[in-house]
Design a protein around this ligand. Structure first.
Ligand code: SF4
Length: 713
């Protein structure tokens, strides 16, 4: 149709935490998005990356689920039916689940039959094995309202706090460190506040691939004179714009930042007034970092000591300095220690609470901030209120009309471990794909197969759904109304663009139906706005926000005054929620699993610009899959030469947990002795190789360091 015949819908991009504003141009007659362009907004200034601009046609892909599915009698043992593990048998499956192979194991069912079965089986397990035998994974792809309802259903209906989501694999360690040190897990300012900075540190973040539009603002800041300090073992493209790029050894972050802290203190470059007035624990920090002079730290990090000194002097001399970090910091067994060091650096130099300064862990999924705010976390209710605090629990018990479990629930990897031991027997997975996203795939396979009952709610038959007893066809981002909170704390409304296919239903409606059939009160909603109002009414952060006041641009939380134009950009101007900022010093310790003669390379996993997480959406977006359609690993050309490898050769990559095969290509991005594999490829699933060892505080796995062997095939 001519452009004039298309409907324009203002909404958001469904992918990363930047949360770019878009206009979808829709052919209503054929229920199709024809194109998408960037919308003017405080977030993204009309900019979009390739995913936001071209990654929309997954929503109308022919593989969309349109009818509930129930596993056929006798179709056991459960999954994987077409999974990545086939590689071991010498068969590499394609980029998508083979529906022809998997569907015969299921039969179509009515909604009534499927929902009754879900409610009956969950109740049976609760009756026979207790509340803590059930668990749920919600989704950071869903809205705040869906996250709120999901955790409420688990806590009130299942009866435990066994609810988590992919924040556990993302910034759980950052949040643990932030909560401990300043009493708030959110960013202290927006990413565009870099426009007011003269120094910006970017640690363990490949923003060009993972937060591409944010990266464009970082590059512009560099061009107008902001000094970028880029610290990363894996050279990101932003290093091209850096004042200084420092390639530290993988896993040596604590040593590096202790060296920087040491030098700042030695040179007297810290903010004595800020330290005295707003922090505690300085002497402990000083005593710890005393043992890390740049000479010693440089040895641990594989650097020249001058590199550490330069970073210390540049940061310590800044007028306004801001610190961004990504999963290169958080996804380690020492992830919380890594984040503690960054927070110490910011507190020591008083670089927080003013424009152009602050702490900004760049969030991954478009709604990982909101899903966490809404309580999809096992140890806290909405707004990070501890389940162990009797006063907090009392408030939620009064609001929800029930008695709540005082014990924190299990986290993502802990739930899988508990399923292996038959302590978790039933699970509800909404919009997540743990079979591909979680570490140590073989263990996840056994855990999912060991469940007595698994219900998966998704828009496609995912690899995880291959293990399900019931599959519920859900709504895509483009089919529903909901609020989403980006990495800046900006709450925006996503608006419906398309009609749902077949008998698919809205996610929040499905959750309410399951609750009703389980006899759980408090799910009698008819409008999504009312779900938001209940959630906002139970939190301090979202107080004052409503559908009426969010408008087209959304607002930052906190924004208690509904009349306020945009909410608060810079937090902690005068105090931290936890009172004084705490220095929590950390000692360097090596990664969980070191390279050995048998496994001499270090594997780092991550994302690609074109594909998002496990690829369930982007691998069904035709433009994106056309650009990047085949699994590959990146290695340094000199490492390849030593192994006799050329670009495009097939290699086997093997760890202590498994093996995958894929192509190799030369890149200067990985460090010497390292190999990088994106985790989006189901047919060469990187998590077959990764370890499920956990950070003791944030319970996040070590995706950024596994010892592997590389062989030419
Ligand atoms: Fe979407 Fe993120 Fe790209 Fe923006 S930067 S268009 S939110 S994927």
């Amino acid at each position: 149709p001519p452009p004039a015949a298309l409907k324009q819908v203002p909404t958001l991009c469904p992918y990363c935490g930047v949360g770019c504003s878009v206009t979808a141009h829709v052919d209503e007659q054929h229920n199709k998005v024809v194109w998408i362009d960037g919308r003017d907004s405080r977030v993204s200034d009309r900019r979009l990356c390739v995913k936001g601009r071209y990654g929309f046609d997954y929503a109308t892909h022919p593989q969309r689920l349109t009818q509930p599915l129930i596993r056929r009698e006798g179709s056991y043992p459960k999954g994987p039916l077409s999974s990545a593990l086939r590689v071991r048998e010498g068969r590499r499956p394609g980029g998508l689940v083979d529906y022809a192979e998997v569907m015969p194991h299921f039969r179509e069912a009515s909604w009534d039959e499927a929902l009754d079965l879900v409610a009956k089986r969950l109740l049976e397990i609760r009756e026979r094995h207790g509340s803590r035998a059930l668990a749920g994974f919600g989704s950071a792809k869903g809205s705040n309202e869906e996250a709120y309802l999901f955790q409420k259903l688990v806590r009130v209906g299942f009866g435990s706090n066994n609810v988590d989501h992919c924040t556990r694999l993302c910034h759980a360690s950052s949040v643990a460190a932030l909560m401990e040190t300043i009493g708030s897990g959110a960013v202290s300012t927006t990413f565009r506040d870099i426009e007011n900075s003269d120094v910006a540190m970017l640690v363990g973040t490949n923003a060009t691939s993972n937060h591409p539009v944010a990266a464009t603002f970082f590059k512009q800041a560099a061009k107008r004179g902001c000094k970028l300090l880029v610290i990363d073992p894996h050279r990101p493209q932003l290093a091209d714009f850096a004042h200084r790029y420092v390639r530290i050894r993988p896993g040596s972050d604590v040593a590096f930042f202790n060296g920087v802290l040491h030098e700042i203190i030695r040179r007297g470059l810290y903010d004595r007034h800020f330290v005295a007035e707003r922090t505690e624990g300085f002497e402990r920090l000083k005593a710890t970092v005393e043992h890390y002079p740049p000479r010693v730290a440089a040895q641990l990090c594989g650097l020249d000591e001058q590199e550490i000194v330069d970073v210390a002097v540049t940061w310590g001399s800044a007028r306004a300095a801001i610190c961004f970090w990504g999963m290169g910091v958080s996804q380690h067994v020492h992830g919380t220690d890594n984040a503690r060091c960054l927070i110490s650096l910011v507190l020591l130099t008083g670089q927080v609470g003013r424009p152009g300064t602050g702490l900004h862990p760049l969030r991954g999924q478009n709604n990982v901030q909101g899903a966490s705010d809404a309580g999809l976390i096992p140890m806290v209710f909405p707004d990070y209120q501890s389940v162990k605090d009797p006063a907090v629990r009392g408030r939620f018990e009064a609001a929800w009309g029930t008695t709540l479990d005082p014990q924190p629930g299990l986290t993502v990897v802990e739930i899988m471990r508990a399923a292996l031991k038959h302590e978790i027997r039933g699970m509800y997975v909404q919009g997540e794909n743990p079979f591909v996203s979680d570490p140590n795939t073989e263990k996840v396979r056994k855990a999912l197969a060991a469940l007595e009952f698994l219900v998966v709610q998704d828009i496609f038959l995912t690899e995880t759904a291959e293990f399900a007893d019931v599959v519920l066809p859900a709504s895509s981002f483009f089919e529903k109304t909901g609020t989403y909170t980006n990495t800046d704390r900006r709450v925006q409304i996503g608006r419906p663009v398309l009609k749902m296919p077949g008998a698919a239903r809205l996610d929040w409606d499905i959750m309410c139906e399951i609750a009703r059939r389980m006899g759980v009160p408090g799910f009698e909603f008819t409008r999504i706005e009312d779900v938001f109002a209940e959630f906002a009414g139970l939190t301090e952060s979202y107080r004052g926000l409503s559908y009426e006041t969010l408008g087209l641009e959304g607002k930052l939380w906190p924004c208690a005054d509904p009349e306020h134009e945009d909410g608060q950009v810079v937090l902690f101007e005068r105090e931290f929620p936890g009172g004084r900022g705490k220095f929590v010093p950390a000692e360097f310790a090596p990664p969980h699993e070191l390279p050995s003669p048998e496994f001499p390379f270090v594997l780092t996993t991550g994302r690609l610009l074109e594909h998002w997480h496990t690829g369930t959406m982007t691998r069904r977006a035709s433009a994106l899959e056309t650009i990047e359609s085949e699994p590959y690993a990146d290695m340094r050309p000199s490492d390849m030469e030593a192994l006799g490898l050329c670009d495009g050769d097939e290699i086997a990559v093997t760890s202590r947990r498994g093996s995958i095969t894929l192509k190799v290509r030369g890149s200067e991005a990985p460090g010497l002795g390292s190999i990088f594999i994106p985790f989006c490829w189901r047919e060469a699933a990187a998590n077959v190789l990764t370890s499920d060892a956990l950070d003791p505080f944030g319970k996040i796995p070590e995706f950024k360091f596994s010892a592997v062997r590389v062989e030419k095939l």
